[in-house]
Design a protein around this ligand. Sequence first.
Ligand code: SF4
Length: 377
Amino acid sequence: MRYLLGFRDRGAAAGLAREIAAAVVPRRRYHLMEFCGGHTHAIFRYGVQDLLPANIELVHGPGCPVCVLAVPRLDAAIELAALPGAILVSYGDMLRVPASRRRSLLKARAQGADVRIATSALDTLDIAAAHPQRPVIFFAIGFETTTPATAHLIREAGRRGLENLSVFCNHVVTPAAIAAILDEPRVREWGRARVDGFIGPSHVSAIIGSRPYEHFAREYQRPVVIAGFEPLDVLQSILMLVRQINEGRACVENQFTRGVTSAGNTKAQALVADVLELRPRFAWRGLGELPYSGLRIKPHYGAFDAERRYPIAEHATVENAACQCPAIIRGVKKPTDCAIFGTACTPRDPIGACMVSAEGACAAHYKYRRAAQPAPA
Ligand code: SF4
């Protein structure tokens, strides 16, 4: 903990803030997107935006795993939970995410479905071993940070012969989402998120390394700085981005050298490559269908694939008309642009996914900044 406190030191933060203020070009605006929900949470929690000059705007990105899961996939998980005798195992945040027709996994559980919360994918092994006669399905979501654990779960299920265990795989990959934001095929509909540089994710990058971002820096001429989650990490990364932008450079820099290397965790990458493969297309909430952006289970582990084992129908859904989550996930709008932020939609009673997870922009804004908002007239 003492080690961590060093990255939260007020004096050092004030010093970095002064360096940033001295570095910015006064008439220039800097739009910096923090891709990862962990950074969004840290920025609100530590009031990072308040330490920055007015011409630096932090844009929240799509890196909250709960927020980007398309509603039809959540609907499908609810249907899997309703299979006779089934046990659906899920990360806790997913239970309160609103599905279509005002359903959720939490409501399904209240109505009798056996939905259990796991803190690790591997918890599913013990549940499956304890209930050999019942289908046990792990609802796998998330970016590259959690993907190796799912791959390990599938391998272990095979090794232990747990034939009743399967995985409903919804893992997504970060580079595809960054490309979608920069390419923005639906500009007219949503508007374009202005992004001059990226604060790159740290946990994801610990797995995939810093190399995959080089494409964005080179092809889109956007600097990327991979940042740790502590406030000093974020401030230092912002300073590094400002310097790159001022100098007309666009390259990948690594502020989080204590956790990320250029190659990443090659063992974890090999594990994932053995078990999972890219889908040709996958639908994201807010970003739409993106090519090669989601993962599925490879055929040689097909016995553990819930999508092969059970009939899963995905039905088109309509978003709640008031909810601005899709635009917030794209970095086009802010939580306070939503007319029902903090009134009809709160963390206690969320309407959209961005209000559920601590990494969601609306939830983070509600928890740390609501008091700072002027009262409605
Ligand atoms: S405040 Fe609620 S309804 Fe509005 S955008 Fe955020 S999650 Fe959606």
